[in-house]
Design a protein. Sequence first.
Length: 467
Amino acid sequence: MKEIAGLAGGRQGPAQLRPLVETVLTALEEGAAARGGPVPAGGPKETARRVAGALGRPLPGHGTGAQEALHTLVRELARGAADPADPYCAAHLHCPPLALSAAAELAAASLNPSLDSWDQAPAATEIEARASAALAAVVYPDLPAPDALMTTGGTESNQLALLLARERAAGGPRVQVVCGANAHHSVQRAAWLLGLPRPVVVDTPSGVLDPADADAALDELPGRALLVATAGTTDTGAIDPLPQLAQVAAKHGAELHVDAAYGGPLLFSRHEAGKLDGLQSAVSVTVDLHKLGWQPVAAGLLAVPDGAALRPLGHQADYLNATDDTEAGLPDLLGRSLRTTRRPDVLKIAVTMRALGREGLGALVDAVCGHAHQLAAAVDRHPGLDLHGRPAISTVLFRPAGADDEQVAALRRELMYEGRAVLGRAAAGGRLWLKATLLNPHIRPQDLDALLRLVTDAQARQTQEAR
Ligand SMILES: *Cc1c(COP(=O)(O)O)cnc(C)c1O
C-alpha cells in the first residue's frame, strides 16, 4: 500500500513520480495514436460505450495499482479527447497548452501550495505577486500600481468586475450594467448572482457595440452605470470600439469594464496590440490565458488600474490572516479571491512568461492571427464557400454556399461524429455559420486547406444523399 500511496512532494517525491510520469506519457502516446484524429469517431454513444468497457467499476473493492490505473484512465482520456493540438480541432476558445506549461502543472500539483495564506505557499505567494503585477502592467502600462487577480477564467473575472462595481456604488443607487448583445453570457449571470438589476442589453446588429447606441442607452439611465465592452467576442472575435465607448462612458459618468477574455493577449504582439487601444480607460479588464495564452485551464485574470481597487474583497479569518500576523508582516492573501483554497495557477503562467518573453508570446499571437487571415482568404477564393467577414483576431466564420442553417448544423455534427474535424457554430447576421477558432500556433498552410476540403467533401456527400 505504501508503494501505491507514495507522496508527490518531499525529497522522495520525484523518485515516486518519475516512473508514473513515464506511464502517463506512454498512455498519452497510445491514446492519441488510437484516436487517430481530432476527436473520437462515433459520437457520444460510442465514447460512452468504450469508456464503460475500458474502465469497468470506477471504485473496485481492491485497487488495481498505480501503474495500471494511470495507464488505463489516461489512455482512455486521450483516446477519447477532443485534442486542441490537432489542426482539425478548432471549435472553441479551447487552446492547445504549451508543453512547458503542462510540465509546470506537475510541480504545482506535487507541492500543492494553496494561495489563501502565506504559510501554505511562501514562494508561490511571491511568484504570484510578481507575475500578477507584470501582467497588470501589460494591460495598464502607464500607471504606477496596477494589479491583477488570478481567477478560474473569464466568468469569474467578470463576476468580480461587477462585484467591485457594485461595492464602489455601495450606499447609493444600484449599479446598472449596460452591455451589447454580443457580450458573453457570464455578464448577465454575474448581474443575476450579485442581485444587480437585469442588464440593459444593447442590440449589436453589426457584431460590435455601436457607441451611438451605447450613448442612447446610457441617456435613458438615471443612476450609476457600468458599461461592459467586449474585446474579442466569443462568436466572431469582434472587438468593440473601445476608445469611443470609453468616451461615451466618461460623458455619462459611467464606468467601463472590458471583457478581453479572448482579445487581451493581443497586447503581447507589437502588430496586434493597437486593436486594444482604449483599454486603459477601463476600471477593470478580464483576460484569459487559457484562450490566446496557451495555458492549461485555469488561467484567468482580472486586471485593475490600481491595487487599491481590490480593497472591497478584503476579508479576515483568524486561522488564515490574523490581524497580528498581518501586522507582523505576513502577506494577507484572502482578499485576492473569493475562493479560499486556491491553486497556484500562476506557476505555469510565470514559467511561460519567462521562457517565451513578451516577444515569444507576441509571435504566437501573430501566428494564429496570420492563420486566420490565410483561412479567410482561402474561403473567400473558394466558389463553394461563403465568408462571414475579415477575422478580427483568430476566428473565421464560413459556410457552404447555398446551404441552409439546418444543413450547416448537420454538417458540423457529421464532421464531429465521424472524428474528422471539430468546428464550432455561431449565429451572425441572422444565419448559422461554421466557426474555426484558430489557436494552434504550429498548424501549416496545408492543414487549413485540408480543413476546408473536409467541409466541402462533407457538403458534397450531404447534397448527394439529399438527391
Ligand atoms: C470565454 C469567455 C468568457 C468566459 O471565460 P471562461 O474562462 O470560460 O470562464 C467570458 N468572456 C468572453 C468574451 C469569453 O470569450
